[in-house]
Structure formats: C-alpha cells, structure tokens
Design a protein around this ligand. Structure first.
Ligand SMILES: Nc1nc2c(ncn2[C@@H]2O[C@H](COP(=O)(O)OP(=O)(O)O)[C@@H](O)[C@H]2O)c(=O)[nH]1
Ligand SMILES: [Mg+2]
Length: 338
C-alpha cells in the first residue's frame, strides 16, 4: 500500500543558533567586519528575544580573546548549543566533532559550515512516517503527554491521507480527558475521516480494538489511534498503554505499523525525559515534534536522534490542518545554523 509522502519542507520558526556562529566568526575575524552581524538572519520567536540581548555581550567577550581564542570559541559554541536545547551531552559531542573538522585554524564561515556538516551527519537522511503495511489497514498509534499536540497532529495527518484518497478511521482512545472525544470528532469532520468512539471513561484499549476491527471490516486504508496523555510519570498511563498494545495485537497481530510519539517542541529537555519513558514502554518508532512555530528551541531534535536513536519524522508548525510537515534534516540544519 502506498501512502503519500510530502516533499520535505523547510522548518519555520527554528532558529535558536542563527547568528551565533556569525557572532563567533565576527569575533574571530576582528572588529573590521561588523557586517557579519548584520548578515545574521532575522530573529524569530522567544529564544531570540533573549539571544539578541545577550548577543552584544557575547561578541564583546569573544573580541577580547585574541589569537588563542579557539578553545574559548568552542566553549561559547557549546554554551550556545545548550541554550538551543541540544542538551549538554549532545552539545559536547557536536563541539568535539566540529573541532575535529576545523582543527585550530578557522574562521567564522568554516566554523559554521563544519557545524552544519556535523549536524547533518548526525541527523542522517530524512525518515518518513510508515507508508506501507503488510496488510491493510496501516495502523498508527499516537502517544504523548497531555497537551503535546496528539489530537491536532492526528487531525492533520488524517487530512493528509484523505486528501490522497485514502479511507481513514480515527480511534478516540483518549477517554480520560473531558472534551477529548469531541475534539477528535471535530478533526474527523474537518479531515473527512470517520471517528470510532465510546463514551468518556470507557476503556481505551476497547475503543482502539473496535476501531481496528471496523477498519478491517470497512476496508480502511489507515487507522490512527489517539490515546490519553496523563503525566508520563503516572504508572497507570504506562500500564494503560501497555494494555492498549496487547489488545491491538488481538485485532492486528503485527501490532501498530508506527508508534508516533508526539512531543511539544517548546518543552525543551522535558521532551527528552518523556521520550525515554514512552520509548521504554511502547517502543516508539518515530517522533512528531509540534509547536515549532512558537519556539526557536528546535535543538532538541538533535538530542532526540543522538541520545535516543529516534527520528523526528513530522513537525507541527501551527494549529491549522495544513501545518504538518515531513521533517527534512538538511533544511532543519540550514534553519538552525543559518
Ligand atoms: N502553535 C501550535 N499549536 C499546536 C500545534 N500542535 C498542537 N497545538 C496546540 O496545542 C494544544 C494541545 O493540542 P492537542 O492536540 O489537544 O494535544 P493533546 O492533548 O496531546 O491531544 C492545542 O491548543 C493545539 O491547537 C502546533 O504545531 N503549533
Ligand atoms: Mg488529545
């Protein structure tokens, strides 16, 4: 079965590092090149508000470093990477990689391109969401904490499939949160997908089982299963998800073709600890990183890949039905480093 894969599209709003390397370059080349700072792409979002303020101080510090400034420059780079939510472990790895690439003699542009190459190599090629299943329907289980953007992402994804002529069923597996079923139903209408729901408080595993059975009986192409997202630390949620998986396999023996973990791109390193827990319990196969329109802290993408071995497959760039993109690592790196 072939399902549509959109061409990768540039991440918007991810710009945590933009300008940093420009600043470094400016500092290393001396006072005669203030234009390098003017060349920095326009600030975007919350991180940049703070970054712009600290930028002059940073440049001034670097200006005083003179010829023996390489170590200090790398230290500044590491700090900036951590500030961009790359995480300290990954920042260390990246800086070591950049150091190896540039040696001790470098200027701003070579540092910047080394950082880009290092990031691209570590992120690897694009990873698309599962597009084929051994047998119809393709089954996607969507997990993540409350408010991360699961239901919205499901709605956008459903719209993408129906636009490609696919028959889509949605399972209203968040039976816990008030209004969650209605919210999915609204997305069902918007995306012309059928929603299978029980009443609030029902067993999510039972709803999802019913949706899978309905999917098979009705010849659906895709079944996308919503779940509740009470705090990841609550053992009950994890027990519930483990049960959902067991019950799913009673209808579709191979289990879900994709377990998509939805992470809020604005939640920074919190997203990492969530990802670790969900990965351990439900065997996550890919990540959808949402709300990148509202943050410039996209560096967590690198940590997700580097420290968890998980690919970001989709990114959310807004609340609208069209605001879902396939993740394109190369375009992401360009947006991040500038
Ligand atoms: N700006 C923005 N808001 C989003 C995005 N994805 C989801 N949201 C919003 O985040 C909130 C929580 O989303 P929801 O899908 O209900 O999260 P859930 O609890 O995981 O199902 C809603 O107000 C959504 O409109 C996104 O990519 N960008
Ligand atoms: Mg929801």
């Amino acid at each position: 079965m072939e399902l549509p894969v959109e061409p990768g599209v540039l991440i918007g709003g991810v710009a945590a590092l933009v300008g940093l390397v420009v600043v470094l370059g400016f500092a290393l080349r001396g006072r005669s090149k203030p234009a390098a700072i003017e060349d920095a792409p326009a600030p975007v979002g919350g991180f940049f508000a703070g970054f712009a303020r600290s930028r002059e101080a940073l440049a001034a510090r670097l200006l005083g470093l003179g010829n023996s400034s390489a170590d200090a420059a790398f230290e500044q780079l590491e700090e900036a990477l951590i500030g961009a939510d790359v995480g300290s472990k990954t920042a260390g790895l990246l800086v070591a990689g950049v150091r190896k690439r540039v040696g001790r003699s470098f200027d701003g542009p070579s540092l910047r391109s080394a950082l880009k190459e290092e990031l691209k190599q570590r992120l690897g090629p694009p990873a698309a969401i599962a597009a084929a299943a051994p047998e119809l329907p393709l089954v996607i289980l969507v997990v993540g904490v409350n408010g991360s953007g699961k239901t919205t992402t499901i709605g956008k994804l459903a719209a993408r499939y129906t636009a490609a002529g696919k028959k889509v069923l949605l399972a209203a597996g968040d039976t816990f949160r008030a209004g969650a079923i209605e919210q999915l139903q609204v997305w069902g209408e918007r995306s012309r997908a059928t929603v299978i729901a029980h009443q609030e408080g029902a067993d999510p595993a039972a709803v999802i089982f019913d949706a899978l059975e309905a999917g098979k009986a009705r010849g659906a192409d895709v079944v996308i299963c919503d779940t509740a997202g009470r705090l990841q630390a609550q053992a009950t949620l994890m027990d519930q998800l483990a049960k959902v998986l067991r019950v799913m396999k009673k209808s579709v023996a191979r289990g879900p073709d994709e377990v998509l973990l939805v992470l809020d791109g604005t939640s920074g390193q919190n997203a990492m600890s969530q990802a670790r827990i969900f990965k351990a319990v439900v065997g996550v196969t890919g990540v959808a990183l949402t709300k990148l329109d509202g943050t410039a802290k996209g560096g967590v993408v690198v940590a997700i890949k580097e420290e968890l071995g998980l690919d970001v497959k989709l990114v959310g760039l807004g609340e609208g039905v069209d605001d879902l993109r396939d993740f394109d690592p190369a375009a992401f790196v360009e947006a991040l480093v500038g």
